[in-house]
Design a protein around this ligand. Sequence first.
Ligand code: GDP
Length: 860
Amino acid sequence: MMMKYRVREVAKDLGISNKEVIDLLAQYFPEPKKYMTALESEELNIIFEHFTQKNNQKDFNAYFAQKDLPKEDAKKTEQPIEEQQAKSAKAETPVVKEQKVEKAAEQTDKKEVPAATKQQAPQPQNQNMKNEADKKLQAESKKEVPVKIEKPEAKEVKANVDTRPKKDQKPKHAPREQTQTVRPNAAPITEKVSVTTEQVQKSERRVVDTRQSNVNIDKYNEKYDQLADQKVNKPDHTVTKQKFTNRNSQRRGNQRRGRRETESERLNRIAMERKAKQITIEVPEEITVGEFALRLKVTAAEVIKKLMGLGVFASINDAIDFDTATLVAEEFHAKVEKEVIVTIEDRIIDDSEDDDSNLVTRAPIVVVMGHVDHGKTSILDAIRHANVTSGEAGGITQHIGAYRVKAGDRDITFLDTPGHAAFTTMRARGAQVTDIAVLVVAADDGIMPQTIEAINHAKAAGVSIIVAINKMDKPSANPERIKEQLTQYELIAEDWGGDTPCIPVSAHTKEGIDDLLEMITLIADMKELKANPDRAAKGTVVEARLDKSLGPIATVIVQNGTLRIGDILVAGTTVGRVRVMKNDKGERVQEAGPSVPVELTGLGEVPTGGDVFNVVTDERLARELVEQRQTVQKEEHFNAQTKVTLDNLFDQMKIGEMKELKIIVKADVQGSVEAVRQSLEKLTNEEVRVNIIHGAVGAVNESDVMLANASNAIIVGFNVRPDAVAEDNAKRDGVDMRMYRIIYDCIEEIESAMKGMLAPKFREVALGKAECREVYKISNVGVVIGSYILSGKIPRHAQIRVVRDGIIVADDKVASLRRFKDDVKEVAEGYECGICLEKFSDIKTGDILEAYEMQEYRES
Ligand code: GDP
């Protein structure tokens, strides 16, 4: 900033006449100066140079000797200044006064200046003048001067000369700022002008640090405005008028445009910077717009705008995929790299594909399924026994949940748990352990409900089916009838032109058992079952229990790799080191290869059947992984609603998760099952294929729920009810069960669910269950059902469903409800009562009366 230092002041400070200054300047500059002319730095340089030369001090010692001038001298010298001040006071503008104050303040600044330095000024006889000029110089060159004069031994006479250029380079706002800061503490002008060296030293504490970092630019600008207004007619000094903000452009008039320009400039700058220094961000497979913007260091709005440009309409919380993110990032000149999220699983579990050259043939793993009493256990025994008596070393097999037998020179592993329950449980847990299912059908009995279930379970799991037509020793055995029945379930016997092997066997006579084993090996060969024994083991827990002395014991089947003693094992949510391993013959073994079942100890907790196990290298990480899994398991338990239901069907279809709607149909008669199957399958549209994975007659049972759970299916029932276990399990596993009385209702509901228009207004609320213990036929009254309330309560207004062996035989209303001849409003659990129904009278002892009411509800 330009500080006004007028001819008059220069003359006064130097103790010379205005004319002297004007004359001097006239020698150098063509333009004549007046006594009020503010001088340019160049002009000041000339003046100072001239008078410095003129007053050159030859002997510093002599000069310092002047330091202790008698006080009277000082007073004397002060006097003229006071007079001069008084004289010039009238002529001074307020600004000039301010400068006076400034000078006063500068005097206080002298604390940094050793007393001796003040006498560096050349002319002792002109001390007043010298002091003033010196002060001014020092004030303007601020720090530099003290630094120089701290070294008086240098005795450089030209010290003052040195300071000049610096004085000029110094931004002139500094002294003014200083003035402002100091002014409140500054003493009145008259006092200050008469300040002596001693007084200056005393007032040290009043000095304010005016280093530039503290400069208040706003204040400065304000000040500048005032000054600029005053100087508005002066054509020069444009450079020195420059302010720190682009005030000039603002003053041009259009303030708004100016600001907008600045903003756009800012954005451009940021864009340029980004372009110049291309940032690289990591993006996972999917990322929300908000998170992406954060990583890009831009606002979400900018990202959303760019997305719109790409035709993607996403909000801040929507996720975009990696490719979209890459395109957007390009627009921001950022590079995108795929963020690889390395889970603990990735780190410790080797899931790499095996090279073909490492693979060797492994034994097939076989499960035996079929209807109850058709001979599953007998066949398993026969196989095992045949094997033992065939002279194999090792003796009688132990029950460890699975065993291995030899068929010729080939091994076969059998899961020793007959029936599909264990099989489906395992599958529900994600384990795909079996390769082949042996479907046992008694030749004298034929296809029964559990046979059908078994077929559907096996199909759902995608395993090969071999039919063992058992009890061939029986005279009533009719294998052809079985084969014929099988065709209804798309299982065509080989000798009927299909591809389902049907082997007639007898568990009793052992007839056909070898054929069965041979067929198993044949199918296994076709399936080319292979594994790599030279890697860390992976497999499935078949069974597990807690032994009082040995701790958790688990039977596992190794599916790939080789399991060894001492291996660190993670099984589901448990971890441990393999301590002891025993094979199916009870022998201790050191290792178990692919398809080999072993019983092992060493796990921390009892795992669950169906848990997948992995051998890992880092025990600490394994424990961490198990903890994570436990947390996830807990969370899943709380929000187990990932299963398909009619309510979420449309949503799942929309996000492309549902390509197939699997349904299990249960009805009171076979005709209904077929009718429903056909009608539902017709609902198949472009988005979703309706697949009836199982249909059967009878109540919805545990097995249906298990199948639904494992296959992510829904269950629909017609005139049937779920049994208690099925109901509990369905609730626990989140399986959607829908019971209907009319097929049309079902079709309509599923159809609207597929269209996303499912809006059931009413739902059934179960109130209680009663059992018919006695039936009284009373004339004039009708049939009174002597009932015992099993659960809940039966209210007077309730609707009653009569269920016999899982089949609904009537749907009626309570006509009267009595306890010991008294009409009552409701009867609670554990009490007996007499119930009359409005219409239904064909009640039988053992029938279950289900009380319910229909409740209207709104979808949340
Ligand atoms: P699971 O319920 O399917 O395990 O059937 P079981 O193996 O327990 O057999 C049920 C009944 O059928 C038992 O009484 C067996 O003795 C009988 N059984 C099993 N296989 C045969 C067979 O091949 N021939 C005859 N005659 N009876 C058999």
